[in-house]
Design a protein around this ligand. Sequence first.
Ligand code: SF4
Length: 399
Amino acid sequence: MQVNLYDILRAEITDRKIPLSLGKTCPVKCAFCYEKDHSYRNTVDTPMTTQEHWEFILTEIQKYPTRKDEYWVLGGNEYMEWTDLPLHPRAMDWIEEFLETTDKNLTMFTVGYVQPDRIHRLAEKFPGRIDLELSVITFGHYRTKLMPKGPTPKQVLEILDGPAVTSANFYSFGPGTMSEDAKTISRINQNCHLWMGCLTPLRYIDPQTTALMRQGKRWLASEARKVYNLDLPNKMMIHTESDITAFLNRNKILKTFDACELGKKDTVVMAGNVYKILSMFRRGRARFLYVPNQTLGGDSNCTTLLTFSDVGRRLSGETRVFLPKVIMERPSDEQLDIAGESFDQFKARFPRCQFRVLPKINSALSNKKLYEKGFLRNYVEGYLDHPLSKKFEAMPLPN
Ligand code: SF4
């Protein structure tokens, strides 16, 4: 099927994306990149953005009303492949034009491909309008393994040194990794948020990188405690561990589950993180259908990232199944999963089963909770120090 480029650009813009394209796959080739294999979803190949495309994009964006708390996103396109968009040779000119000619805010993601002087100058000229999320990943010796073609640490440090960066993300890969990076970043910039955690291996991540990510997970608690004890002035968040997030938000999960008023024989779908919470605190209150995140594979364990095909694989003759709404909330369309399958297509595959959607279990709720309880302090005090967290961690999942 022939797809019209301008239709794709319009669809991205509807989702508040600034859809630049490098016209090729990302040249940085990070070993941890979740976009390495995106075969689970369809993307459209688009040519490198030209001046003419840009004029179209900007004119379309200008038609949208400005909302005070809304950010237009450069990076993470919905229909096009993800790349580090500041690598486009005109990206900085166009970012400046966007800021000059609209009154809208901008979120941008990069591993460090903005020109330091220029981005700091823009941050000073347009205070509060640029949310630059810098993926530091690590400054330690694993950096060359993980991003052999990435920007130099010197370049990343120069971007950190000034007003531009809103948040810097970096991860645990073993002893003396995340904690050392927290010290380095905080020494240079006490205003940016520190976003820490560990990376979750998915099925297409190579074995060495997978082993490194798992090593990081094993050391996360001790690295997090070290950072906690440093008492740095930066705001400190810790993300990406869906089990931990679920544990920290257990009261809300339980309240939402109770409000769904399910019976003991009702079958309700969930991934491992919520399964562990409900098995621990609501055993026997419904039939919990544990669904592994097989589409993404690896160590993923998150209800938000389930797909219909994951659910389909676990059905075995049920006649009525309750589905959390969060599965079918791909931004552009309320009824699509992250792989692009629609709820109608899924239902047609199981004509004997009735599916009921649980609207209270939605992504607005999960995103809100992710941020509310996402502070390093929550993790250390509310999880590591909690008497039940060890038992929770050790809970097995069904086969
Ligand atoms: S720069 Fe970003 S998009 Fe490109 S390979 Fe690295 S993680 Fe992936």
